[in-house]
Design a protein around this ligand. Structure first.
Ligand SMILES: [Cu+2]
Length: 296
């Protein structure tokens, strides 16, 4: 009734505007039908599959329930007061200058809660940013407009050393073509990792700032050109297929900048990595272009 009244009584530009708003709302409402369907847990967070992720989620849930309880209590009191002390004939307003005791309580209590959360959060942050364990699998990750490339250690178990100043269109990693390790490196366009083993990522960007983001890992880290971001490590808790998404608006193809992530058993991982390492070891160094990719 109200909407019809409003439209009938507005000028032509007003009606046109209402039409546009209606069309935009319809388009917005229909958008989920075209989106990629999420496997589960549509109302909450994506499933969590890393050790640190579980701790981050626990902190997140503590904060969520704490704020939820405070929200209900304060808004409940507010609504109760609105009704209980509404204007009525025969009721006179009562002026209060407050209570010092109450002021102290409701200032001290949140201070203690915030301090506790800050200390807990800081300890967790410190734990996540601790140096990667020595038995970690080191993987080099290179981001570019608009995709991802990975580099695994070759048969010697060592990645070829890089010099970020040498990174170019023809030398994606900045490796030295004369170093024998360079031709041994295993390159891939998917991130394959073993479950239950720490994985240490070296994040690079070849052109602009990108961001390595895997929601299920609760991991989000910018890749900055000219730098090696070397403090990211994690340990997956279960196998599955996921996706890296670039989470930093990096250009026209940003929306499609993704790469598959496969968390597999140690056995499957070795089955994937070993033949690639052996193949590279058998290839003479001079015949391998530095930027060659091994397709998954
Ligand atoms: Cu990007």
């Amino acid at each position: 009734m109200t909407t019809r009244f409003f439209i009938r009584n507005t000028s032509i530009p007003g009606r046109r505007l209402a039409g546009w708003i209606g069309a935009a709302c319809a388009l917005f409402a229909a958008a989920p039908a075209f989106a990629e369907q999420r496997a589960g847990n549509i109302w909450g967070l994506a499933p969590c599959v890393t050790v640190h992720g579980e701790k981050i989620d626990a902190l997140f849930m503590i904060i969520f329930w704490l704020t939820a309880v405070v929200f209900v209590l304060t808004q409940g009191t507010y609504i109760y007061f609105l009704i209980a002390y509404r204007k009525r004939p025969g009721h006179k307003a009562f002026y209060s200058h407050g209570s010092n005791k109450l002021e102290i309580i409701w200032t001290t209590a949140p201070t203690i809660v915030f301090l506790a959360l800050a200390i807990y959060g800081n300890r967790l942050w410190e734990e996540i940013h601790r140096p990667a364990p020595s038995n970690s699998l080191v993987i080099d990750v290179s981001s570019y407009q608009f995709g991802w490339e990975m580099r695994y250690p070759g048969i010697s178990g060592k990645l070829a050393p890089i010099d970020i100043k040498k990174i170019s269109d023809t030398n994606h990693w900045g490796t030295d073509p004369d170093n024998p390790l360079t031709s041994q490196d295993v390159q891939a366009t998917e991130l394959v990792i073993p479950v239950g083993r720490p994985v240490h990522l070296l994040l690079h960007a070849r052109d602009v700032i990108h961001s390595f983001y895997v929601p299920e890992f609760r991991m989000y880290q910018d890749c900055v050109p000219g730098r090696t971001i070397g403090w990211v490590w994690f340990q997956a808790t279960r196998t599955g297929n996921f996706q890296i998404a670039c989470n930093q608006l990096c250009g026209t193809g940003h929306y499609n900048m993704k790469a598959p992530v496969r968390v597999v058993t140690e056995e499957e991982f070795q089955k994937w990595l070993k033949p690639r390492q052996e193949k590279n070891a058998a290839t003479p160094a001079s015949s391998v272009p530095v930027a060659t990719l091994t397709q998954p």
